[in-house]
Design a protein around this ligand. Structure first.
Ligand code: GLN
Length: 374
């Protein structure tokens, strides 16, 4: 009896010592590496330093272009020169930084889903929007139909094709395409945004997949408007010609909770801005959303035209253009570019001062790459 009691005591003591040792290690790590509270706007205020960081990142990102390809399922997009790359970063306080092909026009494609959602939330209200679409990531391709073949289901979220088509069904009785164009020009601070007729015609001729989605949505009672009109409205929204700079202007207003920091005008409620940014983080990159959040950590919405709209909350709006796409339909060089600058410019939502250090982030990142996680 006494013997086994002693043994128990001994085991307990060992476990206790082990826990203490572990605790000390963790605490030591924390105290050794913790930095004082960091002003995350600091890097953006130093424009020349930030510009230097972005220019370096552009060179790294350009190497990715040959690994991607322009979208060809919309024939007109297949004509775009794949080697273009441009970025505009517009800090809330500080000068706009524009590099490369930041002023080249390209079609918004799925980036326009952000605008559809903003206007739907503002005009139709939160309840009506989320009665038609969910707010969960899909883990499926952007033009997937799988969730629609299940009884009582609705599109996973408003940032994939099915969800955006459902949102268009809500918008159609309330606003015209001209209203949407006017709003887009204003919120992007770019009066030259227009409908690219060639891309619109090209997509209308080849959109049988979206047409199927729209008719399935009608069969489920989610779209109650004319299906062909809804499809045209959606495709027109996708065919608006923007630049990386116009996307940065939009991103900056989202970063500032819907208000333009220059003239103080409100373009959407702060609630709308918050919902949109959250969905951009969780669903904005389709089935690449989770790994993008780990690698980059900036709410972003992509489009097959090569555009990326990013919002570094309370810090900056970012627009990127790089038409060569990865397997998920996201700009391959654009994603790399954002990944390169996110930590260095402290734009990551979960900025971690250790991430780039030899003994922490890089090692983890390298291990993940070696195991083809990234
Ligand atoms: N217009 C495109 C489509 O509906 C938009 C897709 C995208 O940008 N991912 O297929």
């Amino acid at each position: 009896m006494t013997d086994s009691n002693d043994k128990n005591k001994e085991v307990k003591q060992k476990l206790h010592d082990k826990a203490e040792e572990m605790h000390e290690k963790l605490v030591e790590r924390k105290t050794v590496h913790m930095e004082p509270v960091i002003d995350r706007k600091y890097h953006l205020r130093e424009t020349s330093k930030a510009k230097e960081i972005i220019e370096k990142a552009m060179d790294v990102a350009k190497d990715e272009i040959p690994k991607g390809a322009v979208a060809t399922y919309i024939p007109e997009l297949g004509k775009v020169e794949p080697h273009q790359l441009g970025i505009c970063l517009y800090p809330l306080s500080g000068d706009k930084i524009c590099i490369g092909d930041y002023d080249v026009r390209f079609t918004m494609q799925s980036v326009s889903k952000v605008l559809m959602l903003i206007v739907a939330l503002e005009v139709c209200g939160l309840k009506n929007v989320f009665r038609k679409v969910g707010m969960e990531p899909s883990g499926e391709a952007f033009d997937s139909l799988v969730e629609l073949d299940v009884n009582d289901s609705k599109p996973y979220n408003p940032l994939i094709n099915s969800g955006a088509l459902a949102v268009c069904g809500l918008l159609l009785p309330e606003v015209s395409f001209q209203d949407m164009l006017r709003y887009t020009r204003n919120v992007c601070s770019d009066q030259f945004i227009d409908l690219n007729e060639a891309v619109f015609d090209s997509e209308m001729k080849t959109c049988s997949r979206n047409r199927s989605i729209a008719y399935l949505l009608e069969s489920k009672g989610i779209i109650t408007t004319d299906v062909e009109d809804t499809l045209r409205f959606y495709t027109k929204m996708c065919s608006m010609d923007v630049t990386a700079e116009s996307l940065a202007n939009l991103g900056k207003k989202l970063a500032n909770d819907g208000v333009c920091s220059i003239d103080g005008k409100r373009y959407m409620s702060s609630r709308t801005a918050r919902i949109v940014k959250t969905l951009m983080l969780t669903c904005g990159m389709y089935d690449g959303s989770g790994s993008f959040a780990i690698k980059v950590g900036i709410p972003t919405k992509s489009g097959v035209g090569g555009g990326l709209l990013s919002v570094s909350d309370k810090r900056a709006g970012i627009g990127v253009f790089g038409p060569a796409l990865d397997a998920q339909g996201n700009s391959i060089a654009g994603c790399k570019l954002l990944r390169e600058i996110s930590n260095e410019l402290r734009l990551n939502l979960f900025y971690d001062p250790e991430w780039n250090k030899e003994d922490a982030g890089d090692t983890v990142l390298k291990e993940m790459q070696d195991n083809s996680v990234m």
